[in-house]
Design a protein around this ligand. Structure first.
Ligand code: MV4
Length: 493
């Protein structure tokens, strides 16, 4: 493989190209008119404009992208995440054109993309499932019958959904009919597929996912877990590896289950199996993501692997160079997503110009981004500016490093989610590790980020108090802040 086209934009495009470059592989960027001046475009050996800013006219133009590959003698396409990354029809077209798709087969993608077929496939390997309907439910009578068997509360999920899309909570029998109708019509309009199924609603679970790596020769290893419970409306905010609740035994059991899911669909490349873990530490299969995920860097930090390089090696037909026994967890890693959103204003996108943009650095700090000072954040895409990743010797070290890195991150011109991340990282429930997917709705109110809180000095103050309290604080953020202010000033004096 001599030349790779990255069918994506922003931080992930740049991150993929960096690994390709280290492997001596040439890179091609595609970009929309809105991304003309982006670092990922400049970084590539060649770059081609694919169209106007809207994704449907640019990054989703599969046929056009394949034509560009042909004209530039591209051998492989890396899809990144989002856009065409989980589009099985695109994979088939790429292969038909004689180009290598750096990712799983179209068949594995189809099998896992449909949540009902994913569950049916995983079930053959005795992977634990949340109780619910075995197949699609089409009529109301059947829905009521299954609902009564399963019990309330329950969820109606769209088979073509995923990531929380097309999910409806049903509290009691009288709501089944209405919610079924809504779920089916939503599934038809959103996915062109009205198949829905029912699952018992697991309350207060953790979202823990297993990173996998498989080759085309039947080998598959798990690269441990990522704890992704800190989410807001199904958008992850903070991810870490390892999880503070898994025991070595549970990690092994979940890892082996995930490997079985991969084997069941003859998976190849990097993939992730999502589980819900309840307060009794029972785990249940949710779905499989057939792409490199946004939060993959935390797995790289604790394993020392470069997942993009591994994907490319697998796509070239190589056997995995590692076995499960070679893999060990080294330290602790945390990632925060730095988004141009205003946490004080319901996280509405706050797009604009990055008037100041200085990234943190130093030992154990990694920033994956594709922005420079003075650039505008385009309105057409996800408002994520960067991923800030740290690697420490243990969880406490990683939290302290992240708080320091956030403090060193200088962004003006747009509001960002960084102050919100500081709130989470200093919260007693996060620090103690006792949290679940309900963390944000339970603890976060915009008032906790009073105006001065986003100001650098105050962030520094919170940080100072946090370190001074040696992670044993049980006080509220407000108290920490007041205490911290004097501490920080003292340090400065
Ligand atoms: C669930 C659940 C509770 N019970 N399924 C949301 C994303 C999608 N992958 C599945 N999701 C959930 N499925 C059952 N049977 C709770 C969620 C869920 C959730 C999962 C992970 C992280 C955050 C979440 C927030 C709300 C709901």
């Amino acid at each position: 493989m001599k030349k790779i086209l990255v069918a994506n934009r922003g931080e992930i495009a740049l991150r993929v190209m960096r690994s390709a470059k280290e492997m001596g592989i040439k890179t091609v960027a595609i970009y929309s008119e809105a991304d003309r001046n982006a670092p990922f475009v400049q970084y590539a050996d060649e770059a081609v404009c694919v169209g106007p800013p809207p994704s449907a006219q640019s990054y989703l133009q599969g046929d056009k992208i394949i034509e560009i590959c042909k004209s530039l003698q591209v051998d492989g396409i890396h899809p990144g995440y989002g856009f065409l990354s989980e589009n099985a029809d695109f994979v088939r077209k790429v292969q038909k054109a004689g180009i290598t798709f750096i990712g799983p087969s179209a068949e594995a993608m189809d099998m896992m993309g449909d949540k009902l077929s994913a569950k049916a496939t995983a079930k053959k390997y005795n992977v634990p499932m949340i109780p619910g309907s075995d197949g699609a439910i089409s009529d109301i009578e059947e829905a009521i019958k299954v609902a009564k068997q399963v019990g309330f509360p329950l969820l109606i999920k769209a088979s073509a959904g995923g990531g929380g899309k097309g999910m409806r909570l049903v509290e009691k029998e009288s709501e089944v009919e209405e919610q079924m109708k809504l779920a089916v019509s939503e599934a038809i309009s959103a996915f062109g597929n009205g198949a829905v199924f029912i699952e018992k609603y697991a309350s207060g679970p953790r979202h823990i996912e297993i990173q996998l790596l498989a080759d085309n020769h039947g080998n598959c290893v798990y690269l441990f877990e990522r704890e992704c419970s800190i989410q807001r409306r199904h958008q992850k905010v903070i991810e870490e590896a390892p999880s503070s609740v898994l025991t070595p035994e549970l990690r092994k059991a979940m890892g082996e289950c995930a490997v079985n899911v991969a084997k069941a669909c003859k998976y190849s490349g990097a993939g992730t199996v999502e589980f819900l873990v309840d307060d009794q530490l029972n785990f249940y299969f949710l779905e499989m993501n057939t792409r490199l995920q946004v939060e993959h860097p935390v797995s790289e930090m604790i394993t020392g692997l470069d997942l993009v390089k591994e994907q490319i090696k697998v796509a070239r037909g190589e056997k995995l160079s590692i076995t499960q026994n070679d893999l060990k967890i080294n330290g602790h890693s945390i990632e925060v997503r730095v988004c141009a959103e205003d946490p004080k204003n319901n996280f509405l996108p706050d797009i604009g110009t990055l008037k100041t943009y200085r990234i943190p650095s130093g030992p154990g700090v990694r920033v994956d981004d594709s922005f420079t000072e003075g650039m505008d954040i385009p309105i057409y895409y996800d408002p994520m500016i960067a991923k800030l990743i740290v690697h420490g010797k243990d969880r406490t070290d990683a939290i302290n490093k992240m708080l320091r890195a956030i403090q060193d991150y200088q962004i003006t011109g747009v509001e960002t989610t960084l102050p919100f991340c500081t709130f989470v990282l200093t919260h007693e429930a996060f620090v103690s590790g006792k949290f679940d997917t309900g963390f944000i709705p339970k603890y976060f109110k915009p008032e906790v980020l009073n105006k001065s809180n986003s100001n650098e000095e105050e962030v520094a103050a919170i940080f100072g108090a946090f370190v001074a309290s040696n992670l044993t604080t049980t006080s509220t953020t407000q108290e920490v802040q007041t205490k911290g202010k004097s501490k920080w000033r003292l340090n400065r004096a």
